[in-house]
Design a protein around this ligand. Sequence first.
Ligand SMILES: [Zn+2]
Ligand SMILES: [Zn+2]
Length: 147
Amino acid sequence: MSETTPYPQTHGGCQCGAVRFTLSAGPARGGICHCRMCQRATGNAFAPLLLIPGDRVKWYGAQPREWASSNISWRGFCAECGTPLYLRSDDEFEFMAGCLHPDTPFVPLDQGGVEARLGWLEQLNGLPAHDTLPELVARVTSHQAPE
Ligand SMILES: [Zn+2]
Ligand SMILES: [Zn+2]
């Protein structure tokens, strides 16, 4: 890892709660990847990723399922709910920031794969913004596992 940030111990997991993990404290590297593979693997505009060595990762519950997205990398996800969890190369994990506990002080230090960066991202700060609509919150019963 090149430039890093000190991270406290944290934890996280998938949306349904079947796959859970803890990450022990220490240096880690946050970044954003805009590449087409990360867009497709997350179904999203980009992937915010926390790079951490595998010896700092401890799993609980169900084991994540993996798919080899290339000859050097695997994409981990929950086999029950499909939540994308990480990108792995050998024993180095890049965790999707969205599956980390929200108190995790994720700090992206750079962005890669910018050849595929979507142009509309530059307009985000100018778009009208609102909280989740109260009428939606009132009629939805979440099946999401606790953090
Ligand atoms: Zn799950
Ligand atoms: Zn990528």
